[in-house]
Design a protein around this ligand. Sequence first.
Ligand SMILES: Cc1ncc(COP(=O)(O)O)c(C=O)c1O
Length: 423
Amino acid sequence: MTPLNNAAIDARRIAATPRGIGIGFPIYAERALNAELWDVEGRRYIDFGSGIAVLNTGHRHPRVVEAIRAQLDRFTHTAYQVVPYESVVSLAERLNKLTPGTHAKKTAFFTTGAEAVENAIKIARAATRRPGVIALGGGFHGRTFMGMALTGKVVPYKTGFGPFPGSIFHVPAPIALHGVSVEDSLRAIDRLFKADIEPEQVAAMILEPVQGEGGFYAAPPEFMRALRRICDSYGILLIADEIQTGFGRTGKWFAMEHYDVVPDLMTMAKSLAGGTPLSAVCGSASIMDAPAPGGLGGTYAANALAIASAHAVLDVIEEEKLCERAQVLGDRLKARLEGLRARVPQISDVRGLGAMVAVEFADAHGAPDPEFTKQVQARARDAGLLLLTCGVHANVVRFLFPLTIEDAVLEEGLGILAAALQA
Ligand SMILES: Cc1ncc(COP(=O)(O)O)c(C=O)c1O
């Protein structure tokens, strides 16, 4: 048998699967461990993307593998809503305690991040009996119809897929770097209430505390406080989408802990379950109980293997002190990037909360530089480092390496990055 090679599989992929599923790197995974991945040709890569923020605890953490194995020996699927199991109840109890706020909370589990977002909006509408939802420009909330409607970036997520669900409104995200102040964003909300929808018809405002796909921009604390005030004065629910920011990435369990604001509902997914599909909505008990029995659920919601994996993930984050580790790793990365600024004039910004760090590139005129960003990504890949980009202008490299990454592997990756930036 001829050994598998990337080019041959890629030719088959192009013939057998639609182009709409865009591929980041045409290398085919064979195996992975912690922050390293090997392709079918035996080439090793350092993985600074973690399957898009899913592997805060690394590829195949032994505790996660063991938990999934143990569950495999018991049962894989009963459909939780047909025959439930205790591990879901105890995971809900853990998340109710871990999430910001000491009030009574409840948690419902689903499969993907987009599904969590869909359900958060369903719950908010059922609780408030109002239709409207306000989201931010540049925000990303998934690829389902409500996810697309809420997402504030057209290409490639919304192109050709409309019409989208109604009663969804966007205001610009406050990003000082791009000339949008907190006051500008708040004025846009005020204008929305006068021109498009009365606040008493708005069920929820949804935002990522740090925009993920949008470019790793953290919401300013005064903006978050203002949103809370607006929500409280009109009976609007505040939804924090923590799908990308959660589970230690920003140096705390959840990015909302960086703010003195408690959301009414929170969505989570990705690093919740260490590489198995699981998402959740957690929020005030009375709000979560608004939908009638049968209104929430899904065949695979709260899949038993994913729930077992999530328990192990929470144990690992706790025991290996990954929130503290995220801060150390993020500080180290930011210092390295800052040190490169003098030699890489394209670097226009280095930012981040904890290990949720990004570097942004602009050309000599200060305009976003997606070309240079692409070149850096390609050069790093050729040298064995996988980097993800993001940003409405695709001019940002984001760092999402496992928080369990070994120091030596991190250093090796940073060396490749420095070379890719200066080539
Ligand atoms: C903030 C945010 N919300 C929602 C989603 C959608 O999650 P999924 O791709 O699991 O549906 C993502 C995925 O990148 C995300 O980053």
